[in-house]
Design a protein around this ligand. Structure first.
Ligand code: HMG
Ligand code: MG
Length: 300
């Protein structure tokens, strides 16, 4: 093997979560027009999947309260999947009425975070999702299941990989076929990622695994590259400009930026097919509305 030329590895598949995770924690309301322009700009970059909103209790996450209007106004680009977070059947009714292309339920690997986030134990959340998953599948739509706090919980500390595998199996048991494994507070290290993937890749097909790294400690890109190089994981979530954070996870900072992942994968010899200039423009467009430079965190 040529020691300089990198080996060919499977092409990464990026899920853009900026319009949802990126904006949900912003204190000041972002206008519908700005959100729609953001999604439309992202649609032109070559990204194949965009999480465009969340059908959750508007009192829990006020910033996502206008997701119905966002979905009604975006220009849907053929070949792009527009997905949304759905916590219960009420959310699913709204999501289906908006003609989402894909539904994402969300639970966690730690009880305290799950209670605070969706007011349910892990088991209760799975039961709540059962009819959501069934109806999503009946509608012939793909279904993703998030597992938050898969490495660290802001309330309980380190989370055992075995617990994450257990929750993934519970989701799989009710018919979820794609899993997004969340480092909600951005604290995972490459070794922790290896430990979890060593177990998880034995439990579910590796193509069904997506990794959702927040970047609080600056390790998200290293974590993604380890998962890709060592385990052949190709699914990664990211957010244009690196905005993001969960209102129920104190200390969480932004998602890994889509720009950083695209650049890192390209440098490692695999092109995720995203136009970096258009991506930068999309990030700049939304950060103008957030009132701070691209990549900057909100003032504390
Ligand atoms: P609850 O209070 O138990 O719900 O909340 P409820 O069924 O008792 O209803 C209370 C009120 O909410 C009622 O309205 C319902 O109609 C309404 P009221 O009678 O008071 O006027 N309601 C809804 N409205 C719109 N859409 C709905 C909906 N459901 C109820 N779907 C619930 C339980 C799960 C609904 C709530 O806790 C909730 O919405 N939580 C969402 C929290 C959230 O969105 N967190 C951020 C996303 S998760 C994340 O960021 C992590 C992730 O990025 C991965 C990672 O980083 O790890 C995905
Ligand atoms: Mg997140």
């Amino acid at each position: 093997m040529d020691p300089v030329k990198p080996p060919i590895r499977p092409t990464p598949r990026l899920v853009e979560v900026g319009p949802r995770d990126g904006l949900q924690n912003e204190k000041n309301p972002v206008s519908v027009e700005a959100k729609v322009a953001f999604v439309d700009a992202l649609s032109e970059t070559g990204l194949k999947e965009i999480e465009a909103g969340a059908f959750v209790n508007p009192k829990s996450v006020p910033q996502m309260a206008d997701s119905e209007i966002v979905f009604a106004r975006i220009k849907r680009k053929p070949g792009v999947t527009y997905s949304a977070l759905v916590p219960n059947e009420k959310g699913l009714d709204l999501a289906l009425a908006c003609k989402v292309d894909k539904v994402s339920v969300f639970t966690a690997a730690s009880e305290t975070f799950n209670q605070k986030n969706i007011k349910a134990s892990i088991k209760e959340s799975i039961e709540r999702f059962r009819p959501v998953v069934l109806r999503t599948r009946q509608a012939r739509l793909p279904i993703r299941g998030y597992v938050s706090t898969a490495f660290w919980c802001p309330f309980e500390g380190q989370v055992r990989p075995e617990k994450v595998v257990e929750v993934v199996k519970m989701l799989s048991g009710i018919g979820v076929t794609e899993f997004s494994i969340g480092d909600t507070i951005g604290k995972a290290s490459p070794d922790e990622v290896r430990k979890l993937l060593f177990l998880l890749c034995k439990a579910v097909p590796k193509d069904s695994i997506f990794l959702h790294f927040h970047n609080t400690f600056g390790r998200a890109v290293a974590n993604a590259i380890v998962a890709w190089k060592t385990f052949g994981i190709t699914g990664f979530d990211s957010s244009a400009g690196g905005a993001g954070g969960c209102p129920y996870a104190p200390g969480a900072s932004g998602n890994v930026s889509t720009e950083a992942l695209v650049s890192a994968f390209k440098a490692a010899g695999s092109d995720p097919g995203v136009d970096e200039i258009k991506l930068k423009a999309a990030a700049a467009g939304i950060f103008k509305h957030l009132g701070r430079p691209v990549g900057a965190r909100p003032a504390k």
